[in-house]
Design a protein around this ligand. Structure first.
Ligand code: SF4
Ligand code: SF4
Length: 318
């Protein structure tokens, strides 16, 4: 339910942002809608640039401050409540899950990638993450970061992202169609193999004090937890789940038929699933609220800036 609420919220933000952009693209002929800063959650690579700039210079980006606030919020969530961003908030995760559920209905099951290939493909998302980290955190000197954040391209990064979805090229459509098809056949194809954001959050989530824990005295070895796990973790044969793939989705816990056999545990102490979800939501809400109250949420760009910049968006390629 929470996943779909966030999905609906993302759609709402997307439409509102689309109407905001349209106002400037039509030179004011269509109505004005305020710009929702939440769309900056779709700028993770730029937020890495912002993060390094902030750490090295103390300057918190004012053009897309919400991008960094959301990035830091998701990092904090991973450190405390595993990859809960992936299982509760990310709209791609929601679509991915809906896709394999459709596939399960159509084919009666979801297919599994051959074990050796599966391990190799899981490595791809870490390779992509390494590429971005090397490029941005190690490859870009501070002056280049500042130039990036001051450039019109960064100012319009959200508009370019919108255009990616509203003006798709044949290549984009083909790639998305192939990924969608693979997501119907295989569980969470994009998340499991290709998402560098998930790879980063997964690595950080290893530090989380929360772990899915199995209490062997109560376990009846039915294997349901392993079979339902969207991340294909063999929960049945673990005492605690220490995997960067675990999203804390609680699917295993909620399907376990043996009372007290499986729980999300905080430093080995089982906690009610509802409490875990409440903590996830509080972390997310707290991060956003902290950004708003500290003045790091609304862009510093003005109406006039957008009036001049947005008509140029299609001409900016880098
Ligand atoms: S089903 Fe359980 S082990 Fe699998 S990802 Fe969800 S919480 Fe983690
Ligand atoms: S679903 Fe519960 S009872 Fe069944 S194997 Fe997993 S932990 Fe044990």
């Amino acid at each position: 339910m929470i996943q779909w609420l966030f999905f609906g919220w993302c759609l709402f933000l997307g439409v509102q942002f689309g109407l905001f952009v349209r106002h400037f693209e039509t030179m004011g002929r269509s109505g004005y809608f305020s710009r929702p800063p939440g769309v900056e959650g779709f700028l993770p690579i730029g937020s890495l640039v912002s993060l390094k700039t902030w750490l090295f210079t103390g300057h918190f980006d004012t053009v897309h401050p919400a991008a960094l606030v959301l990035f830091l919020t998701f990092v904090a969530m991973a450190l405390l409540t595993k990859k809960s961003f992936c299982s509760f908030i990310c709209p791609v995760g929601t679509l991915s899950e809906a896709s394999w559920k459709v596939g399960h209905k159509v084919f009666g099951r979801n297919f599994r990638v051959w074990r050796g290939l599966d391990l190799f493909l899981q490595f791809v998302k870490y390779a992509l993450l390494f590429f971005f980290i090397k490029l941005i955190l190690f490859g870009m000197p501070v002056f280049a970061l500042k130039e990036f954040l001051a450039a019109p391209y960064w100012a319009l990064a959200d508009v370019k992202m919108l255009h990616f979805f509203t003006r798709m090229s044949a290549t984009s459509i083909t790639v998305i169609a192939v990924l969608s098809l693979l997501s119907v056949i295989y569980k969470n194809f994009w998340c499991r193999y290709l998402c560098p954001y998930g790879a980063l959050l997964g690595m950080l989530s290893m530090l989380s004090p929360f772990k899915v824990s199995r209490y062997q005295d109560q376990c009846i070895d039915c294997s349901l937890c392993s079979r339902v796990c969207p991340a294909q973790i063999d929960v049945q044969h673990k005492v605690q789940v220490h995997s960067p793939e675990c999203t804390g989705c609680l699917t295993c816990v909620s399907n376990c038929p043996a009372k007290g056999a499986l729980a999300m545990a905080f430093v080995k102490q089982p906690v009610p699933g509802v409490l875990f979800v409440v903590i996830v939501m509080l972390l997310f809400g707290g991060g956003v609220l902290a950004g708003m109250l500290s003045g790091h949420w609304q862009t510093s760009l003005t109406y006039d800036d957008y009036r001049q910049l947005i008509p140029l968006a299609s001409r900016l390629s880098h």
